[in-house]
Design a protein around this ligand. Structure first.
Ligand SMILES: Cc1cc2nc3c(=O)[nH]c(=O)nc-3n(C[C@H](O)[C@H](O)[C@H](O)COP(=O)(O)O)c2cc1C
Length: 193
């Protein structure tokens, strides 16, 4: 190889090295991609709704309310009455109350939260209606709940056994969540704001 060709080759290699270093700097300057967050929730009396709104506000996510076709009246929610709608629904394992909210394009989200009030230690059956309607496939789902004192664990165990194809996070009971607490929790899922 002539001296001239060797010098040209060396110059070419140097130029390629410099341009690839430049590319690296650009990549470093790029902002990390924000996670697209879905916050689906059902709330009969507003407590879970408030938490869902907080999660959506902090994460910049989309709120999706799970809406029963027939709203729950105060009588429907009377857990002391074995004939009340909620009691009957929750004690019939196959009940699937109709819902009117639209199907969500799940594929357009990176992180999916599902929130609900605890009813007899469980997620209300409209949560099953929602899951059955959506194409959640093998997605990772993060449950959250509010309650009058029950923990979330039993409801998540049930969801896990009813929908073994979904990857269920252990979830969180959010009865008294501050913004700081929510931000810290969500950081664990790569959500940064
Ligand atoms: C039908 C029914 C059953 C409930 N069962 C429980 C329960 O097992 N444990 C509990 O701690 N709270 C229970 N609660 C209380 C709710 O979980 C609590 O008030 C919740 O925060 C309401 O959320 P929401 O306002 O979003 O509907 C029940 C409430 C209703 C209406």
């Amino acid at each position: 190889m002539s001296r001239k060709i060797m010098i040209s080759l060396a110059a070419l290699i140097m130029m390629m090295t410099i341009s690839s270093c430049g590319g690296g700097n650009n990549a470093e300057n790029e902002k990390p991609k924000q996670k697209r967050v879905l916050v689906a929730y059902f709330s009969a009396t507003g407590k879970t709704k408030k938490v869902a709104e907080d999660i959506a506000r902090i994460s910049g996510g989309d709120l999706h309310e799970i809406v029963p076709a027939k709203p729950y009246s105060a009588a429907d929610l009377d857990w002391t009455d074995e004939k009340s709608r909620s009691y009957v629904e929750m004690h019939e394992s196959d009940s699937l109350p109709e819902t009117t909210d639209s199907v969500v394009d799940i594929s357009s989200y990176d992180v999916i939260f599902i929130g609900y009030p605890i009813w007899w230690e469980q997620a209300p059956r409209v949560i099953n209606s929602f899951i059955d309607k959506q194409e959640l496939g093998k997605r990772y789902v993060i449950p959250f709940a509010t309650s009058n004192g029950s923990q979330i664990g039993e409801s998540v165990d049930s969801l896990k056994s009813q929908y073994p194809g979904i990857y269920w996070d252990s979830g969180k009971l959010l009865n008294s969540a501050s913004d700081a607490g929510l931000i810290k929790w969500m950081k664990g899922f790569g959500i940064k704001r």
